[in-house]
Design a protein around this ligand. Structure first.
Ligand SMILES: O=C1C[C@@H](O)[C@H](O)[C@@H](O)C1=O
Ligand SMILES: [Co+2]
Length: 298
């Protein structure tokens, strides 16, 4: 189904220590996190707050464990701040990732975002961009795409709950407004399902533009509670809305099949943030690794 030389498996540190919710996993060290990633059979990671900032130190720690950096999240503010501000921060982030050997940069627009607001119901208050904001976003992303390509890298846009690019219609609009050779898409199974979208529909439309995949599953009963109790995105995470692939309501078989059909190349990153005191990160990493093996033979 996949070319093993071209498709790699990583896991995000967010299951060990959650940068959005520092009280989750504050006690887990960087060394424990990357050692357990390797122990569970992963060869890649994204970057968390506890990772050493010095690239030589980080490289040594990762090489000892057979782990590479696949990418890292970047928050853009293209709709609400001058482009130069986002560009300066982006260049620093790009150069760090380039030094670490990553090929893609995860970008998510945080202008007007409610994803970090603890008490704002995620289904009631997501931002909706004006036409002017869409224009700023699209033009700004194309410029970031060019900056990434200066170093032989690409940007992958992360649709996300509580932001202006969350729904299928919003992804469609962004994809339409941007040049497909400058702005690629990150496919996050958990965020699409959380929002009520059909991941397979999005995948079928944009398989050729997808250059990075986040694999997370959704606990259906928790999602129902998030809606009835009007929880925020962070409250939903704390309540356990996300889990590892195979442990929730998503059928991953057709998604893997579709990506395989399009000869997907790049990383699959298991990214299942939940409370590590409730869901042991090593145990869940092993569970995810086994599930991926069963479904894909990777
Ligand atoms: O890619 C991601 C990064 C996190 O910080 C975010 O909130 C999470 O849900 C996600 O998908
Ligand atoms: Co994600």
């Amino acid at each position: 189904m996949f070319d093993k030389a071209e498709v790699h498996l990583g896991i995000a540190p967010i299951a060990w220590t959650n940068d959005d919710l520092p009280e989750l996993g504050g006690e887990n060290t960087f060394e424990q996190c990357v050692s357990e990633m390797a122990l569970a059979g992963f060869t890649g990671s994204e970057v968390g707050n506890k990772y050493p900032k010095d690239t030589a130190v980080l490289k040594k720690a990762l090489e000892l464990r057979g782990i590479r950096i696949a990418s890292a999240w970047f928050s853009s503010f293209l709709t609400t701040r001058p482009f130069e501000e986002t560009a300066a921060a982006f260049i620093q982030h790009r150069d760090f990732l380039n030094a670490m050997g990553a090929k893609v940069i995860v970008v998510a627009e945080q202008g007007h975002s409610i994803q970090g607001m603890m008490d704002t119901p995620v289904f009631d208050a997501k931002p909706v961009f004006t036409e002017e904001e869409w224009k700023k976003l699209a033009e700004g992303l194309e410029k970031l795409g060019k900056l990434a390509q200066e170093k032989g890298m690409n940007i992958v846009y992360h649709h996300h709950m509580g932001t202006g690019v969350q729904t299928t219609a919003e992804i469609d609009k962004l994809m339409e407004l941007t040049n497909p050779t400058l702005v690629y898409l990150l496919f996050d199974t958990g965020h699409l399902t959380f929002s009520g979208e059909n991941p397979e529909t999005v995948l079928k439309k944009y398989a050729a533009r997808i250059k990075h995949v986040h694999l997370k599953d959704i606990r259906q009963a928790v999602l129902a509670k998030v809606k009835t109790e009007k929880m925020s995105f962070l409250q939903a995470v704390k309540a356990g809305v996300f889990t590892v692939p195979g442990d929730g309501m998503i059928d991953f078989a057709p998604l893997f099949a579709e990506l395989g059909k399009h000869n997907y190349k790049g990383w699959f990153i298991v990214e299942a943030e939940q409370d590590p005191a409730v869901a042991n990160p090593l145990e869940y990493a092993i569970k995810a690794r086994q599930y991926i093996k069963e479904k894909t033979s990777l």
